[in-house]
Design a protein. Structure first.
Length: 94
């Protein structure tokens, strides 16, 4: 599980660095993404259980890589975007 989340984190870092234009430009847009991640997090558990034939190996891989990986990657990406917005909006130190 740790390696799965680290992989999602690596993908999120790659997206944040490779496609910076996707990042929100304001805290209002960042809040919209934050609310979306909360919804994704709330729906993720039931959605993973809804994959048909879940005990089989194929359905487990489908649940992990087509449902969980994009959701966790998006959650981590939004976290990075919010940190970038906070750093950009922080007053400069002297």
């Amino acid at each position: 599980m740790l390696l799965f989340v680290l992989g999602a984190g690596a993908l999120a870092v790659w997206v944040a660095l490779r496609l910076p234009r996707l990042a929100p430009q304001s805290f209002r847009a960042g809040t919209v993404h934050l609310v979306a991640t909360l919804v994704v997090g709330a729906v993720l558990g039931p959605l993973l259980r809804a994959v048909p034939g879940l005990p089989s190996e194929l359905s487990l891989l489908v649940a992990l890589f087509l449902v969980a990986l994009p959701a966790i990657t998006y959650m981590l990406l939004v976290g990075m975007w919010l940190i970038q917005l906070a750093v950009a909006g922080a007053p400069a130190r002297r």
